[in-house]
Design a protein. Structure first.
Length: 110
């Protein structure tokens, strides 16, 4: 569980800070939400606490992970790309949505 002040990355919206954790009533049900203040355009985003992992919300990477990401980006791709465009897009979307920075780096490399 994230806490107020944590720096996080959302797979679709980028990096931001957990500004607050609030309970909101949406469609008649109370749920806890992370209130994120995103760096781009200072947009505010609400992410349900119970869906944060599924969505791919993650901590920003630490300095020790940077060499691993650079390693993925600097090496030649081993496999041929699947010729099926729809399957390739679906696979790449799943990789980005996973929140795994090394999988995201693989997609960026493509």
């Amino acid at each position: 569980m994230f806490k107020i002040g944590d720096k996080v990355s959302h797979p679709s919206f980028g990096v931001g800070d957990v500004e607050n954790i609030e309970e909101k009533k949406v469609l008649g049900q109370k749920e806890k939400y992370y209130i994120l203040k995103l760096m781009v355009n200072e947009m505010t985003l609400m992410v349900p606490v119970n869906k944060a992992e599924e969505i791919g919300l993650r901590y920003i990477i630490d300095p020790e992970t940077v060499p691993d990401v650079l390693n993925v980006l600097s090496h030649k791709m081993d496999d041929e790309m699947d010729g099926n465009y729809k399957q390739r897009i679906r696979s790449q979307t799943e990789m980005v949505d996973s929140g795994d920075i090394l999988k995201v780096a693989q997609v960026v490399k493509i």
